[in-house]
Design a protein around this ligand. Structure first.
Ligand code: ADP
Length: 329
């Protein structure tokens, strides 16, 4: 017998992953704990006779004691996170099309898509999925499937029109559920669409599960680049390998005269990548079809697979796979 998930599912009391781990995670995320660490450090190292390396080492030791233990998601071989510093730069569009492209490039691979953008879940719309997730007898949520991709999103757990205004524990509880209480069966790749920014959710995901690689999406605009840099630096700090950057919407080609315009600047993402010692994994044009197909729930990789836009995503997905560590068999 199956039940359906409803709003009760988001009570902060229901968190899996073990008491110690959970307490550790909350402690790690709690501002007061962070404050305690900082004050301990400022007191301890005020004398300047200790060099920087020792101080860093000591700090790392203390910090690592409070970190939650990373545990793989059951049945998932590799997790790929798609992140951005800023909202609205095309992160979800990239996540959706990359997931579809990973599956299209290699038909033997099973791909899943997890919408961790709890504040603004857009995967249900982009993947043309509606409804709520079923719960199995083992109390696991069953992903909804379209275009061959298993999907899970906050959007399947709350009403589309409900304002998502949770704070702290509610969000963490939701993330824990999305990470631990989904029956993915067997996946080669799980693509996670992260919320924008470098907040608790990003830290929590990075600390709780092993991530094979992070991909940062940005437009070439200064303001987006500034946040993309922060995103890349955050992942590096928590030892998540950053595979590279994606330059989105750099060039607009007029559908009538083919004239090309660099609306958000030309090569800002490339310069940032150089600066960070990273590569640009792909360049996705600004195109009406990408926007329209996303909005209508027929992403360009499935609805116009021969188009230049779809090819750009297929190439990006191949580049990502090339940079992932060899998958465990
Ligand atoms: P984010 O996840 O970063 O907030 P979205 O993926 O939701 O951003 O994209 C924001 C808007 O921009 C959406 O309407 C989407 O269809 C559109 N968009 C994203 N990438 C492109 C692109 N390359 N060309 C045209 N429109 C795009």
């Amino acid at each position: 017998m199956v039940a359906r998930v409803c709003a009760w599912a988001l009570r902060p009391t229901v968190v899996c992953g073990g008491g110690t781990g959970r307490r550790a995670a909350l402690r790690w995320l709690s501002p007061s704990w962070g404050g305690a660490v900082n004050s301990r450090f400022s007191g301890r190292f005020r004398s300047s006779d200790m060099n920087d390396a020792l101080r860093k080492d000591e700090r790392n030791k203390i910090m690592s004691r409070g970190l939650p233990k990373q545990k793989p998601i059951e049945g998932v071989k590799q997790v790929l996170v798609i992140a951005s510093g800023k909202g609205g730069v095309g992160k979800s569009t990239t996540a959706v099309n990359v997931a579809l492209a990973l599956a299209a490039n290699d038909l033997t691979k099973a791909v899943g898509l997890l919408d961790a953008d709890v504040y603004g879940p857009s995967i249900p719309k982009m993947m043309n999925l509606k409804g709520s997730a079923e719960v199995t007898s083992k109390n696991l949520m069953r992903p909804l499937v379209n275009y061959g991709i298993a999907c899970m999103s906050m959007g399947f757990l709350v009403e589309e029109t409900a304002p998502i205004v949770w704070r702290g524990l509610m969000v963490m509880s939701a993330i824990q559920k999305l990470l631990r209480q989904v029956n993915w069966q067997q996946l080669d790749y799980l693509v996670i669409d992260m919320p924008p920014g470098t907040g608790d959710v990003q830290l929590s995901v990075s600390q709780n599960i092993p991530i094979a690689g992070a991909v940062i999406v940005s437009t070439p605009q200064d303001i987006a680049l500034l946040d993309a840099r922060k995103g890349a630096e955050m992942f590096r700090k928590v030892n998540v390998p950053v595979l590279g950057l994606v330059q989105n919407m750099s060039v607009f080609q007029c559908p009538k005269c083919n004239h090309e315009t660099h609306i958000f600047g030309t090569d800002g993402v490339r310069s940032l990548a150089d600066d960070l010692g990273l590569d640009v994994l792909g360049d996705i044009p600004l195109h009406l079809n990408i926007r329209e197909t996303s909005d209508s729930g027929k992403p360009v990789v499935v609805s116009q697979p021969e188009s230049n836009m779809a090819r750009a995503y297929l190439k990006l997905a191949a580049e990502i796979v090339r940079r992932l560590p060899v998958s465990p068999t």
